[in-house]
Write a protein that binds this ligand. Structure first.
Ligand code: CA
Length: 219
């Protein structure tokens, strides 16, 4: 489950990112409000953890801008201003939850688990195309009832293609996808992973659009 972490305090951000990754979340961390808006525009995460005190755009303003296009994206705000007024302002701006600094990492993880449960009941977490089913919560991929073991990057690419079925994904866009979630990748990584995916799924499930990229046809 991809999380966007918006936090300018490096020490706090690094600690949180590690803790979240250990829980199995894919974490994209940015330090500025404008980078947060850019990241959300590039690929919508499942949850945003948003610090209010940012050096460029105030976190509440970031939240209001996110809400204009994504009214349902779950957002947890973090703030050092632990007064009731700030809490109310945050919730008024459309935050789903609120943590006052300093907080225990365990507390944040507990809130995230609640949010994850809510998400998995609200939105359908399975994408089914032809014989292939991908569960975005458990990250299970199946062909029929048979579970397929995928490496993390293979899963990420397959998810990007299945979520955009019928729309060609350029090689650059798929590379960006790997980069944006903090993956170090080689120049031919996308081709290599697609090659492996084809062997594991079915040779013709992912189609090559010569000179452009890849596509999975709609079911
Ligand atoms: Ca801050």
């Amino acid at each position: 489950m991809p999380i966007l972490l918006v936090e300018d305090d490096d020490d706090l951000a690094v600690g949180l990112k590690t803790a979240l990754q250990n829980e199995g979340f894919a974490v994209n961390r940015v330090a500025l409000g404008r980078d947060a808006l850019g990241a959300v525009a590039a690929a919508v995460p499942d949850i945003v953890i948003l610090d209010i005190g940012l050096p460029d755009i105030d976190g509440l303003t970031v939240l209001q801008r996110i809400r204009k296009t994504l009214p349902d994206l779950p957002v947890i705000i973090l703030t050092a201003r632990a007064t009731l007024d700030d809490k109310v302002a945050g919730l008024d701006c459309g935050a789903d939850d609120y943590l006052a600094k300093p907080f225990e990492t365990e507390e944040l993880l507990a809130r995230l688990r609640v949010m994850q449960r809510r998400l998995s009941t609200v939105k359908s977490n399975e994408i089914e195309i032809g014989p292939v089913t991908l569960d975005t919560v458990t990250q299970d991929v199946r062909i029929g009832t048979e579970r397929v073991e995928l490496a993390r990057r293979e899963y990420m690419l397959l998810k990007a293609l299945m979520e955009n079925a019928g729309r060609v994904q350029t090689r650059e866009a798929l590379e960006d996808r790997l980069y944006s979630w903090g993956e170090e990748i080689a120049s031919n990584a996308v081709e290599v992973h697609i090659h492996h995916l084809r062997k594991k799924l079915a040779p013709d499930f992912i189609k090559t659009v010569r000179g452009v990229g890849y596509v999975i046809d709609k079911a």
